[in-house]
Write a protein that binds this ligand. Structure first.
Ligand code: MG
Length: 453
């Protein structure tokens, strides 16, 4: 009797220690938000007080990258910690469409799957865009709960929608037939997009409150500011930057709601929150295309504006307020999340991310390796330290064929963040080093079966 009581007490202590040791993890992912679209990244016209406060209290990255220039590959890389070429989640169709047969392969290990193994509650809220067929859906990829859209909000346009409606300032709110889905079941079609951000946020707040006594992983992938642009009545017409600014300001409000909930519930000190975007701004959408600030080009391209995005990490008391210029990417979040959650890394899988814990919690520099920029399944560019070489270039949209460069173009991103002055002729030694890094990387890449055909 006594013995079993002791065992029980030890088990209780162990379980509460485990929960204390396993921080909650929240990833907030904007869609097509540009490098220059937040106050804390220099936007003069869009007000983002909650994200600005998050940045002031946490760690703001100046050189944070999404792992792809468009949506589906970028999401696959975030959730698996691998360049999309390895999972096959990239290709000439660029993203998944409602009639695509492929999706994130079931054998890929996602953050949600790994953390669930160690006792985390897992939820996906918002856009998915990693496949609609069995094996690839949120419920098949480790998420116990899921509420959101299966793909982009401009897909599945309804018959009779006028040409150009996607980027128009006042599109019909039921112009797209995209469904709102809860745990695999359609609950509304077409989804009323004007209240999506609000409803996603309510869902997130409820989930956090319900999980107070258990570690949780929340993947909160917003639908906006992807076109067609909508905002709730409370935000419509309020920003200086038109409906795009309204949508971003509502997104900022949403981040504020999530952080306030964590503070109120006493969870802030044991919850890592990361905010970032899936790719750069969709510049061809004009007023509704956002801004990459001083970076060149936007969504769809491997120029900096296509892949360098806002990145903020927040965990009061654990992460000291600061700014880092080191190069990191969404793929690092996979490795970091698994390490924090006490999950073992998947076996026989090549991972491309690193554990950011020393940087986040001890302000230590991490060794900086090369970073590779893919467009579809093609390696277009490589960054090593402050240097970036382009082997091919192509604007995000509107340029049918890439320009090949031999010798490659070379830019110094410290002195020339806008990639205006090609200095390849003066730095043959740098180019040789980068070419060596590319060769070593490519020798280790086994492309996954293409999913985006
Ligand atoms: Mg996107």
């Amino acid at each position: 009797m006594k013995k079993s009581l002791i065992v029980w007490l030890v088990l209780c202590a162990l379980s509460s220690w485990l929960h204390a040791a396993q921080p909650n993890i929240v990833i907030i992912f904007a869609d097509d938000l540009g490098y220059g679209d937040l106050g804390c990244y220099g936007s003069p016209t869009i007000r983002t007080p909650h994200l600005d406060r998050m940045a002031a209290e946490g760690l703001r990255f100046t050189d944070f990258y999404s792992a792809a220039e468009v949506c589906s590959p970028s999401r696959a890389a975030l959730l698996t910690g691998r360049y999309p070429i390895r999972s096959g989640m990239c290709g000439n169709r660029r993203v998944l469409f409602p009639n695509s047969k492929g999706g994130l392969p079931p054998k890929e290990v996602t953050i949600a799957e790994a953390l669930r193994e160690t006792g985390y509650a897992t939820a996906h809220i918002g856009k998915w865009h990693l496949g609609i067929h069995a094996g690839s859906r949120p419920v098949d990829q480790g998420f116990q709960r899921s509420f959101g859209l299966p793909y982009s909000n401009d897909m599945d346009a309804r018959a009779g929608l006028p040409k150009g409606a996607t980027g128009s300032p006042n599109p019909a709110h039921d112009g797209w037939n995209v469904p709102l889905i809860r745990e695999g079941k359609v609950i509304e079609q077409p989804a009323n997009q004007t209240t999506l951000t609000k409803r996603y946020t309510e869902e997130a707040v409820t989930f956090i409150r319900e999980q107070k006594d258990k570690p949780f992983f929340l993947y909160f992938a917003h639908t906006f500011p992807h076109v067609p642009m909508f905002a709730s009545p409370a935000f419509q017409g309020k920003s200086r930057a038109g409906i795009y600014g309204d949508a971003v300001e509502e997104l900022d409000w949403s981040v504020g709601q999530v952080l306030d909930t964590l503070r109120r519930e006493g969870l802030a000190e044991r919850t890592l929150v990361v905010f970032t975007s899936d790719n750069g701004p969709w510049l061809i959408m004009g007023d509704q295309g956002g801004s990459a600030g001083l970076l060149r080009d936007g969504k769809g391209s491997t120029w900096e504006g296509g892949m360098r995005v806002p990145g903020i990490a927040w965990m009061p008391g654990r992460i000291q307020p600061s700014v880092t210029n080191e190069v990191f990417s969404t793929m690092d979040l996979f490795t970091t999340a698994l390490a924090l959650g006490g999950a073992s890394l998947p076996k026989d899988v090549t991972l491309d991310g690193r554990d950011l814990a020393p940087l986040l919690f001890e302000s230590k520099s991490l060794p900086q390796g090369p970073y590779f920029y893919y467009r579809g399944d093609q390696l277009f560019a490589c960054r090593l330290g402050e240097w970036k070489a382009h082997f091919q270039t192509q604007t995000g949209y509107g340029q049918p064929k890439a320009d090949a460069h031999d010798p490659p173009l070379l830019f110094h991103l410290g002195r020339d963040p806008s990639e205006k002055r090609n200095v390849a002729a003066e730095h043959a030694d740098v180019l040789a080093k980068i070419q060596q890094a590319v060769k070593a990387h490519q020798a280790g890449v086994v492309p996954g079966e293409p999913q985006l055909q």
